[in-house]
Ligand binder design. Sequence first.
Ligand code: NAD
Length: 465
Amino acid sequence: MAARNLTFTPVDDIPKIHEIANKAFNTGRTQSIAFRKEQLAQLGWLIRDNEDALRAALHADLGRPPQETDMLDFGTVYNDLKQAYDNIEKWVKPKSPGFNPKFFVMSPSYAPQPKGVALLIAPFNFPMFLLIGPLVGAIAAGSAAVLKPSEQTPAIAGLFAELVPKYLDTELYHVINGSVAETTKALELRWDHILYTGNGRVGRIVAAAAAKHLTPVTLELGGKNPVVFDPKVDLKMAARRLLWGRFTNGGQICLCPEYVLVPAEFQDTLVEALKEAYASFYPDGPEKSDSITHIVTEAHTVRIKRLIDETKGKIVLGGSVDVPTRFVAPTVVRDVALDDVLMAEEIFGPVLPLVPVKDIDEALSIIRAREHPLAVYVFSQDKAFQDKVFRNTRSGAAVVNESVLTAGVTGLPVGGVGESGYGFYGGKFAFDTFSYLRVSLNNPSWVDKVFSFRFPPYKSNYKKY
Ligand code: NAD
């Protein structure tokens, strides 16, 4: 793993950066659609020209196999960029409220306008996609943006600080690097939108800071995503997709399946299918595999090790941890009780607990007793079973026979509900997030000849509606 030092932005520079971005925004140059498209194209080149360096940075930070970076980061970012570039003229078009005989001569309409200067705070687990995805929306909307990458991924945070000024307008778009002190300073300032992706504890700090300035906020948070497993399923397919979803990016994905609710009498069969899938993923054992993303820091590795050591469930696959290399073997634990340490918090690592239940009703009551997750997953071929699960739960995503993928589907909103966050981004939804709707009306003077009854003195024979 590469050296882990990152140059932090001096705290005193942060208000100056904020001021530069505000001044640049007030020049009005982001009103030009041609300008926005040029910046989007530049952002595309920033990534395209530096793919190798970005892959290397993600490998240094997360021990990421390049295939995961290509599939989960580059693919999604290029699609978002292309969608914004191709659709921006359509997205900015003024819209009519619909024909109304009383008002149509006044040409009422509404159109999205840039909100202003946005602060984008990203976490460590997808340090590219979760920073660049929102930035695409901000640029398309004509907003300026200050990016705050996670200090836990220093290689990519440092690389963005170097590349952004080389490719994008140096006054409108900035990167600030740092930890709590720097982010706290940034949060004291008045922004026109804050998009924060990360954990709920810090999400509350961000929302409270934003409230002081009435700044609108998008909170993209996490949680514990359940899987409801039905024996009526294509078992081989389900086992592979489930393990891929839990283990890809080292289990450090907000949309990862966090626990599986499986009928008790079916648990043995599921474990056998998972063992088969596991052996095909890591034929020489996980320790020898080069297809495994590592854990972001030693502190997180130690945290996950403690969960593995303290679980009262039975480890049936994996279980080994090497703290210095931040390696956690993909792990499956069976017979996990609801009060087990693995069920207490978001694991955010490659450990999959299997929780035996009596039936679907017990599974639903377990999900409903917890906070609303980002995703509810169902593995089942039975439409009635799927419908019952989704009708009785709330989550950002409701997914059948798949896991994780929704965030990568261009055009779908990314967002949660309740404890998993509020607001959306992703494609047009990111454009909407960094825009506000401005209404317009233009009333010709001749209208007063036919519409004068509104002026005092009021008469009793006025037209009522
Ligand atoms: P993290 O530790 O990298 O922190 C995220 C950001 O918050 C960083 O930029 C960090 O500098 C900043 N931060 C940390 N402490 C702060 C403080 N006291 N005040 C102000 N800013 C502070 O990442 P994390 O929060 O551990 O990220 C993992 C969490 O993010 C998980 O819960 C995961 O589920 C969630 N997540 C959600 C989504 C989504 O789209 N909903 C996506 C990815 C991750």
